[in-house]
Write a protein that binds this ligand. Structure first.
Ligand code: SF4
Ligand code: SF4
Length: 161
């Protein structure tokens, strides 16, 4: 199975929660936490409000030259009426592109901060990805029912040997 198939399924999984993000969750992930940005992304994501956000303390320069943007006070500057203004822009941060399903090689990491993850919206996709050879990073999933996927991983490994 080609890796591009795995990438397509991961994308499909992220797209599948779009309606839920808009109507149920109301972009929680764009209103809480921090976003790490590089020099190109910082102008894009802040909608050119770097100066203003630095003055208010929401935007800080890190030692490595990147920026840390605090989303918690007034939400991300690129969030407007529940929608991301830069969603189609390929230069948007990788965290925004991948959230809440991160794929590194064949390892899947699901963010526990995501409401859709918490209510199991990704179950069918994770099941398919594991059958294609991916593994789900162990995390504190006990409350969300994902522990059964670790049994599935073992089963799939046995089936392959
Ligand atoms: S936290 Fe999850 S469900 Fe909520 S908007 Fe973000 S990706 Fe969508
Ligand atoms: S850039 Fe878009 S997806 Fe990323 S936090 Fe801001 S509004 Fe959300």
């Amino acid at each position: 199975m080609s890796y591009s198939k795995i990438l397509l399924i991961a994308d499909e999984a992220r797209r599948s929660i779009g309606e839920f993000c808009n109507t149920e969750c109301h972009a929680y992930c764009c209103r809480k936490g921090y976003l790490i940005l590089n020099a190109v992304q910082v102008d894009l994501v802040t909608q050119n409000k770097c100066l203003e956000l630095t003055k208010s303390g929401s935007l800080k320069v890190l030692e490595n030259g990147n920026y840390s943007l605090f989303l918690g006070d007034e939400s991300c500057p690129s969030l407007s009426e529940g929608k991301c203004l830069i969603h189609q822009n390929q230069k948007r941060p990788d965290a925004c592109k991948q959230f809440p399903l991160f794929l590194v090689d064949y390892r899947i990491k699901l963010s526990q901060r995501c409401m859709a993850v918490r209510i199991g919206k990704f179950y069918p996709f994770i099941s398919t990805l594991i059958k294609l050879g991916c593994t789900l990073e162990k995390n504190d999933f006990n409350d969300f029912g994902y522990e059964s996927f670790f049994k599935l991983e073992k089963h799939e490994k046995r089936a392959l040997t």
